[in-house]
Design a protein around this ligand. Structure first.
Ligand code: ZN
Length: 195
């Protein structure tokens, strides 16, 4: 199979758009750049903290921040810490990049619906004056792992702590490949309505 962008041999045969490694990396980077631009996530003189929890999400977030913000004059720090959504992080930085991904967001959203919680921390969220940024919100876990492997980033493989909802989501995704992006849209819509 050929890559749809450059017609080299594709390395990913799943889905409608086979891609080679190189184009795959570019697609992901472009998506993150767009996310940063449209949501104006970072600007000059920002103090940014990246939470490092050894997961593939933090490894890829760190890589992307270093690559994409390399010319932006801002302060970038890292902190080794276990991450828990909605919990405040002790830091002097004003923006916190949290280890998160599309799959986690979908599970979080569904849990909130099923358990009638408020979904307070859907999307990027602020605690006090600190903005918590889910840089990889629009990238599914499978793609993040693929990205990390291509770039040879170090990370610890998560012991599979998947919840029932996680398994349910994966089974939906098998039959309906657009389940996760659609859920993500619903989550964002719900957040807008509530604001
Ligand atoms: Zn290609």
């Amino acid at each position: 199979m050929k890559c749809v962008k450059c017609s080299k041999d594709a390395t990913m045969d799943s889905g409608a758009n086979p891609l080679c490694n190189n184009c795959f990396v570019q697609v992901i980077q472009k998506r993150i750049r767009k996310e940063i631009r449209t949501n104006k996530l970072f600007s000059k003189a920002d103090k940014i903290l990246i939470i490092e929890d050894d997961s593939v999400n933090s490894a890829v977030s760190k890589y992307l921040i270093d690559t994409i913000l390399d010319k932006l004059p801002c302060e970038i720090k890292t902190k080794k810490q276990k991450f828990e959504i909605g919990k405040s992080v002790n830091t002097k930085s004003d923006k916190i990049v949290v280890p998160w991904n599309m799959d986690m967001e979908c599970v979080y959203f569904l849990e909130n619906i099923f358990m009638n919680r408020t979904g307070k921390f859907i999307g990027n969220y602020s605690i006090g004056k600190k903005l918590n940024i889910k840089l990889l919100l629009n990238v599914c876990e499978k793609d993040i792992i693929k990205f990390a492997e291509i770039k040879e980033l170090k990370f610890k493989k998560n012991p599979d702590k998947k919840t029932q909802i996680g398994f349910f989501l994966d089974s939906l995704e098998t039959d309906h490949p657009e389940t996760k992006p659609s859920l993500l849209k619903s989550a964002q819509l719900l957040k807008k309505i509530k604001q």
